[in-house]
Design a protein. Structure first.
Ligand code: DMJ
Length: 449
């Protein structure tokens, strides 16, 4: 409520809030599409029964959310936050405006797929339909975690619009990936959309790779376990990750390293911490009696990520931590010591709690709540921190929209009963927007009704 009220007071209708300077914050990820915090927070407001706030947010969407703008946007960010947020708001509330807006935005994103291979561009001007890739990406490549994180939303867009084009686009991405040789069974982070060849052989379960793996598993779960291709791709990938990337430190902490052309960098990003929850969520379907092993792996990653928080002064985790040069789970570089209100560690606690009911996950979640209140809460909302090892806060003055959509929602779910958004019926997109499992008989049910 503190995060929302201050956003409303100082930055209403803009993308994000600057809680120290008490004004709006615009990120170039959304071009001049506005209202990221509103759309990202809709389902959180709904789930937390903040009815008045949800009503105001819905009215803003009806009157002001406009995609007819001359804007170059990140296809990935707009998909996970805006399309995902609108889809969840529709499924939870049944309000037609959200369905309509989601499909309208989905249509705007389609020109991104106009490449020789159908692997989409990272950036798209939604007025002109012209796409391009990030100038920093290896050899003009698209990014695995970006084009690999469209599947759940696009399947739902086809489901809700009756137009198969969305699902076709994401199924083609799978086809391209399945034709390619994978070094040691791993997926490099870079793929050129024109040649269909990998760029640099860098592999990460954190930034640039992360949610691609998440969406393989969740595509299978969301299909009511009928998507055998997604299932196979997920468990094969996890096998290769275990063999080549997962290591144990001398102090006994399991971590997931980064792989650069066969050499390991013994660094784990905060983003990588989501994988604890992913392994646990996928444990049930693991082949060869490996269920217990996948749960254990999830638990070990959760413990390592908790250590990365516990070993700081502020009890909030750094952006990246290392297992080399005599340290374990500690950031050594100044530019990796920040915390920007990210959710991944709390997300993993939530999955581990639901799947094991070990009370330590609630304790760890509560430690994070106390640290957020102590160090991130300011008069004008919540802010990120520049150095979590310092004893004095230097605030970055941004309240990220994912703080409302993910961090706060996962905390709320961690302390709720399991029947609030039960895993049998819902999967969370990578921005924590719940999407319903498409049960085998859904089509008939709709016809019958
Ligand atoms: C969010 O936008 C999503 O969770 C994404 O998958 C990764 N980065 C942020 C949160 O850290």
């Amino acid at each position: 409520k503190h995060a929302w009220d201050n956003y409303k007071r100082y930055a209403w209708g803009l993308n994000e809030l600057k809680p120290i300077s008490k004004q709006g914050h615009s990120s170039n990820l959304f071009g001049n599409i506005q209202g990221a915090t509103i759309v990202d927070a809709l389902d959180t407001l709904y789930i937390m029964e903040m009815k008045e706030e949800f009503k105001e947010a819905k009215e803003w969407v009806e009157k002001n959310l406009d995609f007819n703008v001359n804007a170059e946007i990140s296809v990935f960010e707009v998909n996970i936050r805006f399309v995902g947020g609108l889809l969840s708001a529709y499924y939870l509330s049944g309000e037609e405006v959200f369905r309509k807006k989601a499909v309208e935005l989905g249509e705007k994103l389609l020109p991104a797929f106009n490449t020789p291979t159908g692997i989409p561009w990272a950036l798209l001007n939604i007025k002109s339909g012209i796409g391009r890739n990030w100038p920093w990406a290896s050899g003009g490549s698209s990014i695995l975690a970006e084009f690999g994180t469209l599947h759940l939303e696009f399947v739902h867009l086809s489901h809700l619009s009756g137009n198969p084009v969305f699902a076709e686009k994401v199924m083609n991405i799978r086809k391209v990936l399945n034709r390619l040789d994978k070094p040691e069974g791993l997926y490099p982070n870079y793929l050129n959309p024109s040649s269909g060849q990998w760029g640099q052989h860098h592999v990460s379960i954190g930034g640039l790779g992360d949610s691609f793996y998440e969406y393989l598993l969740k595509a299978w779960l969301m299909s009511d376990k009928t998507d055998e291709e997604g299932k196979k791709m997920y468990y094969d990938a996890v096998q290769a990750i275990q063999t080549h990337l997962i290591r144990k430190s001398s102090g006994g902490l399991t971590y997931i390293a980064e792989w650069k052309g066969g050499l390991l960098e013994h660094k784990m990003g905060h983003l990588t911490c989501f994988a604890g929850g992913m392994f646990a969520l996928g444990a049930d379907g693991a082949p060869n009696d490996k269920t217990g092993h996948h749960i254990e792996l999830g638990a070990e990653i959760a413990r390592t990520c908790h250590e990365s928080y516990d070993r700081t002064s502020m009890k909030l985790g750094p952006e990246a931590f290392r297992f080399d040069g005599g340290v374990e789970a500690i950031a050594t570089r100044q530019n990796e010591k920040y915390y920007i209100l990210r959710p991944e560690v709390i997300e993993t606690y939530m999955y581990m709690w639901r799947l094991t009911h070990d009370p330590k996950y609630r304790q760890w979640g509560w430690e994070a709540v106390e640290a957020l209140e102590k160090h991130c809460r300011v008069d004008g909302g919540y802010s990120g921190i520049r150095d979590v090892y310092n004893n004095h806060e230097s605030h970055d003055d941004v309240q990220q929209s994912f703080f409302l959509s993910e961090t706060l929602k996962y905390l709320y779910l961690l302390f709720s009963e399991d029947d609030l958004l039960p895993f049998e019926h819902w999967v969370f997109n990578t921005e924590a927007h719940p999407l319903p499992v498409l049960h085998k008989d859904d089509g008939n049910k709709e016809e019958n009704q």
